[in-house]
Design a protein around this ligand. Sequence first.
Ligand SMILES: [Ca+2]
Length: 312
Amino acid sequence: MPRKIIIDTDPGQDDAVAILLALASPDELEVLGITAVAGNVPLALTERNARIVCELAGRSDMPVFAGCDRPLRRKLVTAEHVHGKTGLDGPDLPDPTMPLQEAHAVDFLVDTLRREPEGSVTLCPLGPLTNIAAALGKAPEIAPRIAEIVLMGGAYFEVGNITPAAEFNIYVDPEAADIVFKSGIPITVMPLDVTHKALVTRPRNEAFRALGTPVGEAVAAMTDFFERFDREKYGSAGAPLHDPCVTAYLLRPDLFAGRHVNVEIETEGRFTTGMTVADWWGVSGRAPNATFMGDLDSDAFFALLTDRLGRL
Ligand SMILES: [Ca+2]
């Protein structure tokens, strides 16, 4: 039986790869729907990009929902400087023809979690946690029905990428993140500590292109675009492929290592708003609430990703 998941996302080139990896793995993952949220770019673009990616994967049947167009209590911060004007700059992909669902993403989340058997649905947030927090606020009774939340966000040793102290997804809506991390739902976190090990080096990028398929070409073009920014910023061997760590973890948890620790979200910091204060060394006495990943077998990760993308 494949595991039922909902992908909550703000595509984003790396979101796109994460979605493609999930759609390429139907034996293990059944994607019930994709919910878009404002983040890397505004909502009108993220929901559109989610549909573009589904069509690229040949899955125009996938229900895609638009959710919250701004954080719970703050002005939206976007990241066109990383992802380009559309959020999906790089490949030349056609406009989507599949429809956007009429229901609001938050209603889809609530209705699905009420309908599906308790403990059978895993949520995979790849952007700011606004939709998830809004669903928990609207229908608190869904919390114990969620099997697990596996999310990309936060950082500890790698600290921040949008401010010196904060990772983008958490920084954009720290109040939403605070609600999610206090929810009591089992949480697995893919922070920058892990995603900065998932670097698209030149040979890894060429392996995508060598698939010789529209998906392989598109992913290579996306990571080419992404890399321009990241190489300037980090001077690293390639761009970190953040969000696919979430879907890869669902397929191969053995590729990741981390610790079950307490994670608090800074919502009032003078310099540190949006920081994930992870008690890595167990000094706070606060109860663990999340498995915070720290390491990744990156060669096996890219082998898995390239193999699966080749199936689309
Ligand atoms: Ca994302």
